[in-house]
Design a protein around this ligand. Structure first.
Ligand code: XUL
Length: 547
């Protein structure tokens, strides 16, 4: 009998890099490789993977760069002699970005010459040379138009899972079709980044899953179909340009002949439907079906998310509802001023990450009543289109320690304050992505959420989640029936590296009467124009907690 191919591959196409992570049937992590876009492809002149431009609300990337990275990553996996052992693959990608393809795409995808790279052969398939990504906030006017057409914020949120949202494909497509009607006319297919990368693997236009597809303002999340109403409110003839929407994980097909000939994949290597990085992280943290835990991802974006056993939408229009690998729902909040904001403070004071942590350790919870609202760039949660950094409670711009604690406490308090609608507060917070290496930051999360915090051996839970999704599809399709719980036990649960319990005194500083959470809320309301000057409250806080 032929030996079973033993590996499952997750490919995570994130804002700044492409990561490949392979796991094997027995539960071991095998290899992880990353390609950083800025370092590897300087000719695209990206900063953190994003094309540099003058307008701070516009954020685009070049899909050719992603294709080059995929070419290079698959070549590397072949060189490491991994490709022939791979049984199935799944893609995770930064969410919301849209890729515009012309009518030549299908023909070209299915007839690639294995002696040439994809980027050499497919650079003419784009009807729009760049792809707007999740950091883009330039479609406020289109969001207003869509909202009006669909009957208001609440109606849009109940229909599509989110109020009309600047970075989502619906408003982005509307803006493109208004500004470049000819180019829109020449667009035969619109992909999300996850379905675009999956299309490159299977050699045909791939469907979009509920994890990514519900983050478009185009789907009816109850019926799991593209919504006729939402499509017409966004652009003309949109339905024919979108691939199928599939609410639950499934196998899309096998790798293309091109992939098996050029990179040595077995021709029967299956490819699962692609999904967004956050729905993949939900899997990579073992949260499918779990409600006692919620998660914080500290990557380029900071996100806060959890599984929703029942569909729930925020009445205040906060956050989003996406689909999950098991065909259910997850709730998510996204913060744009995540790691870039921490990095700005680190760089402003010429600190290393170690020194940043030391300063966090050397300062006290509550930061002596010094508060920052870290809107270095336009913010998603809460919606801030004109960036500005606010400082309250006498926080001097020049105080390194004060600013380090202020930026971190602000980020975590904002997560807490805006996530109340997601159901019961969790007992455990699972933390992932680059920032989860910082123990001091984990302590702040445990204090603000009054919950135990866990971090994991694998920091890239999106890539791990994609690999687990590949395993789930492949094993259930073959001879081994496995549940999400089985896979969580195998790949996630016993790989916790850190458990932090909340410190009671610190919890009181945040949650006590007139505590810092109340104060932060007042600062936010004031900055957004709906509250009074918070300085009197801050004085009271200082008297109670800082004497
Ligand atoms: C989620 C979001 C980001 C991106 C990039 O809604 O916009 O988290 O997925 O990671």
């Amino acid at each position: 009998m032929m030996e079973k191919r033993r590996l499952f591959l997750g490919l995570d196409l994130s804002t700044q890099s492409l990561t490949a992570l392979a796991i094997d049937r027995s539960g071991d992590f095998i290899e992880q490789f990353s390609i950083n876009f800025d370092e590897r492809y300087p000719s695209y002149k990206t900063e953190g993977g994003v094309l540099i431009g003058d307008d701070p609300t516009v954020a685009h990337s070049d899909p050719n760069m992603w294709m080059e990275a995929l070419d290079d990553m698959l070549a590397l996996l072949k060189e490491k002699e991994l490709t022939r052992h791979i049984c199935s693959i799944a893609v995770s990608a930064q969410q919301h970005g849209s890729v515009y393809l012309n009518a030549s795409t299908e023909g070209k995808l299915s007839s690639l010459n294995p002696s040439l790279s994809m980027s050499q052969q497919l650079n003419t398939i784009f009807s729009r040379s760049t792809a707007p990504i999740w950091m883009d906030s330039s479609t406020n006017a289109e969001c207003r138009e869509i909202t009006e057409a669909l009957g208001g914020d609440t109606a849009v949120a109940h229909l599509t899972g989110s109020r009309a949202t600047e970075r989502f494909a619906g408003p982005q497509i509307r803006k493109f079709s208004k500004e470049k009607p000819k180019d829109y006319e020449n667009t035969a297919h619109i992909a999300l980044i996850s379905s675009f990368a999956t299309s490159l693997l299977v050699g045909t236009i791939a469907p979009i899953d509920g994890g990514d597809g519900y983050g478009t303002n185009l789907a009816d999340i109850q019926s799991a179909r593209w919504s006729g109403q939402a499509l017409s409110a966004s652009a003309s003839d949109l339905k024919s340009r979108l691939p199928k929407l599939v609410p639950q994980d499934e196998i899309v097909g096998n790798v293309s002949d091109y992939l098996s000939e050029r990179f040595g994949f077995h021709p029967e290597t299956s490819v699962a439907i692609g999904s967004g990085d956050n729905p993949c992280s939900l899997v990579g943290l073992g949260l499918i079906g779990e409600t006692g835990h919620q998660a914080v991802s500290l990557g380029t974006s900071d996100t806060y998310f959890g599984y929703l056993p029942e569909l729930a939408v925020s009445d205040r229009g906060e956050g989003h509802v996406f689909g999950t690998a098991d065909g259910k729902y997850m709730a998510l909040l996204c913060f744009k001023n995540g790691s870039p904001a921490r990095e700005t403070i680190k760089d402003r004071f010429n600190l290393s990450w170690e020194k940043f942590s030391d300063l966090l350790m050397d300062t006290r919870p509550g930061n002596a009543g010094q508060i920052m609202l870290p809107y270095f760039s336009p913010e998603i949660t809460p919606l801030v289109l004109n960036p500005r950094v606010w400082r309250f409670g006498g926080l001097p711009e020049s105080d390194a320690a004060g600013n380090v604690r202020a930026v971190v406490e602000a980020q975590i308090m904002s997560m807490y304050l805006h996530s109340g609608w997601m159901g019961t507060r969790p007992q455990t917070i699972l933390v992932t992505a680059g920032g989860s290496e910082n123990r001091e930051l984990l302590k702040v999360i445990s204090q603000v959420f009054n919950a135990e915090v866990h971090s994991f051996e694998v920091k890239d839970s999106a890539a791990l989640g994609a690999a687990i999704r590949a395993a789930h599809c492949c094993l259930n399709h073959q001879d081994e029936a496995v549940s999400w719980r089985d896979l969580t036990d195998r790949y996630v649960r016993d790989k916790v590296t850190e458990k932090i319990k909340p410190d009671e005194d610190a919890v009181r500083v945040f949650h006590g009467e007139n505590g810092l959470l109340e104060i932060y809320k007042a600062c936010e309301e004031y900055a957004l124009g709906s509250g009074e000057d918070p300085e009197d409250k801050i004085k009271k806080f200082k008297k109670i907690y800082c004497s």
